[in-house]
Structures are given as structure tokens and as C-alpha cells.
Design a protein around this ligand. Structure first.
Ligand SMILES: [Zn+2]
Length: 590
């Protein structure tokens, strides 16, 4: 290193004299030097240094030369690669999934780098992973705002099952329990805190100031918009969050949003230059079928056949009226199916009881009006049947979205007819409060459903097109593409005699996996084991392992813990907790 002029103090180190000017160093050069040094930094410290440099850039961008910026970008790319790997590692080790679904990683990367994000993730597209993984990556606490108080317990249970540190605070808690949790949250015991929007202007709001908050996720974000179908005034409490926690990334998530609602979400939450990510509406594991009514056999007999072909598999039958829900449930019960009705005419206690029994797999089939569903996050619903035509494609999509959330195959069968269109028109006319415009809108919506159901080409293709997404014909996930007659393949109806119908009863049943693999009913044995483990811990069976995981276990028959860990949905925590029990069952010979 050349020694410049006199007046410089030198430090002799190993024969080299480092020049140290007496005057203050030029901050521009200093920054450049720091940027150069990043390349040699270990990954563990790189992120912190980058963070510091980013904030200096925000304060004084003029001090950053082109070369400095180029070096910073290079370093940021290196840091991101590392986190890409970490995000994958968490997905694999904690959740037991091999790959991200479309859009998930984009969202995770955005919020991890501090950017706001709006994710429009259709039901079943894997929305929650997009804040759960950043929660682990970012450290500190991630706040999850959700209006669905009834779901929080489930969401938290599911997190705890995979080994995430999660809790919730809402109005359903007793005072003592609440104080206990607040103390734990303050002590930094949780990485995920779920809260209802109502709490944010009171106690939870005050608590937030005391936390090492890293990110805010707003679930069901469309509730903030008056233009949305589900406006909740309490969501307006969220309006100040962004400015109150300046600099924190906010992730807004919703299943569907029109352009108007999208704009509203961005404005109300004051998102800054948010990344907009859309998941796909196409869910290949849902097999869509549309069956025209009035062609010989009665709808209720066809429903019975569908249900009997799926023994002990949870499903929902949507009906247009309370009466139809009641009578369908009665009919199925009279044929040996454990079925219950659910509609707004029942008492809250009755509804809660039915919901809970369904959650625990103690009721197989719920016959319901559209009142059923909002509070349901049961991942192993294996079929959704529409006894009557849904009112809109949006509604239809939401209702079938309750099937197959675990990624395993599920059947969605819609019965439709022009007579249904007429009844829905009449229902629309009956409500006097609404104007002609709305009535007209409803009439059009109903006809779109009819056109969807009655068309000759791929159902998924036209359904996606309705949401402005273009896909190829699905090829294997709808009755139009496969040519499968879902009713005929259900076999002949036969009432159950007390005990569960055996697999043999279904002729060419679409759910071959139940009998697949091992040929000795291994799947059934694993399912029984799952139920007893779940009951002993007081959680729903699907929280232990979902159906897809059990199917893979039955098919691949892992013999070691390592092999079991490779099964979809088996993460480290569940392996430790349940692995040995399931391996014993797989290895058992009788
Ligand atoms: Zn298709």
C-alpha cells in the first residue's frame, strides 16, 4: 500500500505500513470499502450487516456509488440464496413437505426482505405457510390477525403439533388464562401470536409495544373492505398498524379479491409498494363432477350411493334449504350413515355440537345450508356434494374449497338443473330489501353456474377462467376430461348394517387408495391408530397426520424413521411424537 504524503501516521504491521489519514475518512469510500468486505463475511453475520447498510441507504442514498450498490446487490443475492435454502429446510423439517406450492416462496422472500405483500391465495393453496415460515426465519414474534376466533384453537393446535411455538389471545379466554399467556408472550416464549382485530385497540394492542415484533400477517384481509362480501368494522382497527410499527413488513392474505377490494386492502392497511402474488385457483386433487338432475334416479338415492361408496370418509352435502338439509340428513341416517343437519335454524349449541363431532370424525356427513363452513378448517373432508345448485361460482368455489385441504384426492359432485335456476330466481325475488340491480346480478350469477355445470369441456378450465386465470384442460381432475360417470362408479346402494361398510362393498370406487397398498387394510389400521392417538390427546385426528400422509405411509410402507421422515407431511416433531407408533403398526404382522 503506497504511503501518501507526510502528515500521515503509520501503523507497522508485518512489514506493511497501513496509511491512516488524520482527517475524517470520506463516507462514500468507507461505504464502498464496507460493501467490498461483505463478500468475505460468513452468512451468519451477512444479514445483519446488510440490514445496517440498507438503513443507511434510506437515510443517505447519495453516499452510495454505482459500485457500492452493485456489491450490495451481490451480497443480498448471496444472503437470499441462503434463506431460500433455509425456507426449504423449514418446509421439509418442520412441515414435512417436499416443495413449495405456486406463489408461496415469492411471498416468503418478499416479507423476509422487509417488503409488504398482498397474497391472493385461493382456499387450499397453502396460505398459512407464507407467514409461518417467515415467523421462524425472522425470529422474534409474528402477529397474525384473524377474524375467525373459532379457528384459532385449531390453528394453534396445528402449529404446536409440528413444533412451532404458537398461542392466541382473544375474547374466548378466561381472565386467568389470558394473563398467563400475556406473561408468556412478553417473555418471548412464542414465535406466532394469533389475535382477533377487536383486541388490537385494547390489551393486545398495548402488549405489542413490549414485543420484539418482526412481522404482521393479516388473514382474511378482504374483511377490511366495505366493497368485499364480508366487511367487518373491527378490521378498521388495523388501519394504523403500518405507521405504528413503521418498517415492519405487513402481509395481507385473502382467498379472493376483486380489483376494487385489492385496492381497498392496500389503501386501508397503508401497504407500501406491496408485492402482489396470486396463487392458482386450480386444485388438481379436487375432482369436479356435474350431474344433471331429473334423469331417472332421484337425487337423494344418488347421494346415498356416493356416500356409501366412501365409508367412514368425512363429507359435506350442501342443500338449498333448511328443510332439505334436515330431510337429507334423516334419509342418510335411516340408511346407516352417521349424518347430521346443520343450518342457521338450529340453536348455537346444536350447531357447535355438530361441528365438533364432525371435527372429531364422530359424524361422517353433515347436510348443511351455506351457513356451514366459515368455522371449518378440517383438512380431511373427502367429498363435497351440492344437492342443489349453488348461487354463484364464487360460492361454489368456496364450498368445494372445504374438501381435500390435505392435498389428498377429494370428490366434488354438483347436482344441477334448470329447475334449480328457477328456484334460486324466486328466492332472489323474495327478499324485498334489495334493489333490482342486485336481483339482476344474482340472476346472472346463477346462470353462470348453470353454464359452468352444463358445458361440455373441462370444468376446471372454465372455473379458473371465471377468476381470470387461464389453464389448459385439466386432463384428469374433472368428469368432463376423464369421462368418468361418478354415480355409476359408486356402485349400487346398499344400506349399512350397523357396522361400517367394508371396502368390498364399493364396486369400482374412486377411492382406491383405501384398499391400496399392503392389501391387508393397512390404511384402515393406520387410520384407527391415528384416531386413538388423537382422542387421547384431545385433538382432531387430522392434526396428528392428514389423510394424504397416511395414504403415502400405506403405499410406501416405510420401515425406518428415516424412511418415515421422507413421507409427505412427516416433519421432525411429528416423527418424534408419533413415528414409533406408526412404524410399529406398519411392521406389525397379523
Ligand atoms: Zn378437466
Amino acid at each position: 500500500m503506497p504511503i501518501r504524503a507526510a502528515g500521515l501516521r503509520g501503523v507497522v504491521r508485518a512489514g506493511i505500513i497501513d496509511a491512516m489519514p488524520e482527517t475524517k475518512p470520506d463516507p462514500t469510500d468507507e461505504l464502498l470499502a464496507e460493501a467490498r468486505s461483505l463478500a468475505a463475511l460468513p452468512l451468519e453475520t451477512l444479514q445483519d450487516r446488510l440490514e445496517g447498510l440498507r438503513s443507511r441507504y434510506r437515510d443517505a442514498p447519495r453516499l452510495f456509488t454505482h459500485e457500492t450498490v452493485r456489491l450490495l446487490k451481490q451480497a443480498a443475492a448471496r444472503a437470499t440464496q441462503r434463506d431460500d435454502g433455509r425456507a426449504h429446510a423449514i418446509l421439509r423439517d418442520v412441515f414435512g413437505y417436499p416443495d413449495f406450492r405456486p406463489g408461496q416462496l415469492d411471498i416468503i422472500e418478499a416479507v423476509r426482505s422487509g417488503r409488504d405483500c398482498l397474497g391472493i391465495m385461493p382456499t387450499g393453496a397453502g396460505k398459512s405457510v407464507t407467514y409461518q415460515i417467515p415467523a421462524r426465519l425472522l425470529g422474534g414474534v409474528t402477529l397474525v390477525v384473524s377474524p375467525l376466533i373459532s379457528l384459532m384453537q385449531d390453528q394453534v393446535d396445528a402449529m404446536v403439533e409440528v413444533g412451532m411455538r404458537a398461542t392466541y389471545l382473544n375474547s374466548s379466554l378466561e381472565t386467568a388464562e389470558r394473563s398467563r399467556r400475556v406473561a408468556q408472550v412478553r417473555a418471548g416464549e412464542f414465535e406466532l401470536l394469533y389475535a382477533a382485530p377487536e383486541g388490537l385497540d385494547s390489551s393486545v394492542g398495548r402488549l405489542l409495544d413490549a414485543l420484539d415484533l418482526k412481522m404482521i400477517a393479516v388473514d382474511e384481509a378482504h374483511c377490511i373492505s366495505e366493497w368485499g362480501h364480508d366487511f367487518r368494522p373491527s378490521y378498521r382497527n388495523l388501519a394504523g398498524l403500518k405507521s405504528r410499527f413503521a418498517g415492519l413488513p405487513v402481509l395481507a392474505l385473502t382467498a379472493t379479491a376483486t380489483p376494487g377490494v385489492t385496492r381497498d386492502i392496500v389503501e386501508q392497511l397503508a401497504l407500501r409498494d406491496p408485492l402482489l402474488v396470486r396463487g392458482s385457483f386450480y386444485r388438481p386433487n379436487l375432482r369436479l363432477h356435474a350431474v344433471k338432475k331429473g334423469q331417472g334416479e332421484g337425487v337423494r338415492e344418488m347421494i346415498l350411493r356416493l356416500v356409501l361408496a366412501r365409508p367412514a370418509e368425512p363429507g359435506i352435502v350442501y342443500c338449498l334449504s333448511r328443510k332439505a338439509a334436515e330431510s337429507t340428513a334423516e334419509f342418510l341416517s335411516s340408511r346407516g350413515v352417521r349424518a347430521s343437519a346443520y343450518h342457521a335454524g338450529l340453536s348455537p349449541e346444536q350447531r357447535a355440537a355438530t361441528q365438533e363431532r364432525f371435527r372429531r370424525d364422530d359424524v361422517e356427513v353433515v347436510c348443511a345450508t351455506i351457513a356451514f363452513g366459515m368455522g371449518i378448517d378440517k383438512s380431511n373432508v373427502r367429498f363435497v356434494i351440492h344437492r342443489d345448485m349453488p348461487r354463484s361460482i364464487e360460492g361454489y368455489y368456496q364450498e368445494i374449497g372445504r374438501a381435500g385441504r390435505d392435498g389428498a384426492p377429494a370428490d366434488c359432485v354438483m347436482f344441477y338443473s334448470w329447475a334449480d335456476v328457477m328456484s334460486l330466481d324466486r328466492l332472489g325475488q323474495r327478499s324485498e330489501t334489495q334493489g333490482a340491480d342486485l336481483e339482476d346480478q344474482q340472476r346472472r350469477a346463477v346462470r353462470r353456474v348453470f353454464d359452468l355445470a352444463d358445458g361440455a369441456d373441462c370444468l376446471w378450465r372454465r372455473l379458473s377462467l371465471h377468476f381470470a386465470e387461464r389453464i389448459e384442460a385439466c386432463g384428469g381432475s374433472c368428469g368432463r376430461c376423464t369421462g368418468q360417470d361418478v354415480i355409476a362408479s359408486a356402485g349400487r346402494p346398499r344400506a349399512r348394517s350397523g357396522a361400517r361398510a367394508a371396502g368390498a362393498e364399493r364396486a369400482d370406487a374412486p377411492m382406491q387408495w383405501s384398499q391400496a397398498a399392503g392389501g391387508d387394510g393397512l390404511f384402515e389400521r393406520l387410520r384407527t391408530l391415528r384416531k386413538s392417538l388423537a382422542d387421547s390427546r384431545g385433538v382432531p385426528a387430522y392434526l396428528v397426520f392428514n389423510d394424504r400422509t397416511l395414504q403415502e405411509m400405506a403405499a410406501r410402507m416405510p420401515q425406518t424413521r428415516e424412511q418415515l421422515l421422507a413421507v409427505h407431511g412427516v416433519g421432525q416433531r411429528k416423527l418424534d411424537e408419533y413415528g414409533d407408533a406408526f412404524l410399529r403398526e406398519i411392521l406389525r404382522r397379523d
